[in-house]
Design a protein around this ligand. Sequence first.
Ligand code: GDP
Ligand code: MG
Length: 178
Amino acid sequence: MQQEHLFKVLVIGDLGVGKTSIIKRYVHQIFSQHYRATIGVDFALKVLNWDSQTVIRLQLWDIAGQERYGNMTRVYYREAVGALIVFDVTRASTFDAVLKWKDDLDSKVTLSNGKPVPAVLLANKSDQLREGVCSQIPKLDTFCKENGFVSWFETSAKENTNIEAAARCLVQHILAHE
Ligand code: GDP
Ligand code: MG
């Protein structure tokens, strides 16, 4: 029998790190340099034929505008089962903000079993020159272990690098908690 899952996944991180671009690339296979500064919450749906018995609907929640404040309301986080936390490898300050986003997530939502929502860290714009800690892979491995990220990936929405792999990794962890 076919199984269907609907998973709410949040895409969070500082302004301009590439959240919208990652979602557009993943869902619509497009990339644009144009900066859209709409305000509000946007949704995109990605349907994955996971295996012969399983269809997964990933509801990706994008934010626009509110990331300036570095936190979101509980309503936004409600019933999320996974998160992609994004920083921009060309701007070290966006990496410094990653833990703030992780804390915001963990303080506002947990899985029904009380465990933290699985989060994958995305080091985006890997097609560009890196700044500071962002280039130090062993440090990011340790950083993820110490701060409860399930994994991290170097991504590029521009060149379509690793976005599918990161999403697949997140879904695997979400399914493990089902
Ligand atoms: P958001 O505010 O986090 O949603 O960021 P956007 O998706 O709007 O991206 C901000 C800017 O970075 C835009 O000009 C994008 O074209 C650019 N951008 C996003 N991802 C990448 C990437 O992987 N590589 C490069 N070079 N630019 C990117
Ligand atoms: Mg955006």
